[in-house]
Design a protein around this ligand. Structure first.
Ligand SMILES: N[C@@H](CCC(=O)N[C@@H](CS)C(=O)NCC(=O)O)C(=O)O
Length: 206
């Protein structure tokens, strides 16, 4: 698997692969410094990129997670198998990875453009507030410890990886005191061995 664990997308895939006990080699290549190496496998030069033993290449965390889930089989799957729980938890994961995508794009805008756009700045702040308030309310309504029940699943992993990534890359917008339920959920998961192992502190792209 190609990509650094400071990316919430790479990390959510790494955590799922570890939980499913799949053996994989990890190439922590940077999307900027190692762009050309990544492009040999993925024309988007994006991570995560998963190169299979037969040479096929999977791109995008959602595609890779779908592949891992099917390979792992129904029993240990990290999304529920029945509806409406399945689509509800997929939506939570999509909302979390969606704001993480906005976060990556916003980081590039601020770091690499000579002049910031006040429109995009405000839009990003509104999207962060909208998503985090939505997730906080959804988290408060849980009748179990996690979205997946008594154990954590992909929705819990995606939210926790997104929070770590966004707190590090957008500290001004991510004052977690505003979202205490999400804070408690992510802090609890970050203390677990698999989250501590599959981790890299944020390195700003240059
Ligand atoms: N939708 C993708 C997003 C992946 C993504 O944005 N990865 C970032 C690293 S955190 C990246 O590769 N950025 C380089 C670029 O977009 O040019 C996924 O879920 O895997």
């Amino acid at each position: 698997m190609i990509g650094q664990y400071d990316s919430s997308f790479v990390r959510r895939v790494g955590i799922a692969a570890r939980i499913y006990e799949f053996d994989f080699e990890h190439r922590p290549w940077s999307v900027f410094a190692d762009k050309d190496k990544i492009a040999k496998y993925n024309p988007l030069s994006r991570v995560p990129t998963l190169v299979l033993d037969n040479g096929d290449v999977l791109v995008d965390s959602n595609t890779i997670i779908d592949f891992l889930d099917r390979k792992a089989g129904a029993e240990p799957a990290l999304f529920p198998t029945s509806e409406p729980s399945r689509y509800q938890q997929m939506n939570i994961a999509s909302i979390a990875t969606g704001i993480a995508e906005k976060g990556v794009a916003r980081f590039y805008e601020v770091a690499m453009y000579e002049r910031d756009s006040t429109v995009l700045k405000q839009r990003f702040a509104d999207q962060v507030t909208g998503v985090m308030d939505y997730l906080e309310n959804a988290c408060l309504k849980l009748d179990k410890q996690y979205w997946f029940g008594d154990e954590f699943g992909h929705a819990d992993i995606a939210v926790t990886c997104m929070i770590a990534h966004m707190k590090a890359s957008h500290p001004a917008e991510f004052d977690m005191k505003k979202w205490p339920a999400l804070s408690a959920l992510s802090e609890g998961l970050e203390a677990k061995a698999v989250f501590r192992d599959i981790y890299q502190s944020f390195i700003a792209p240059t």
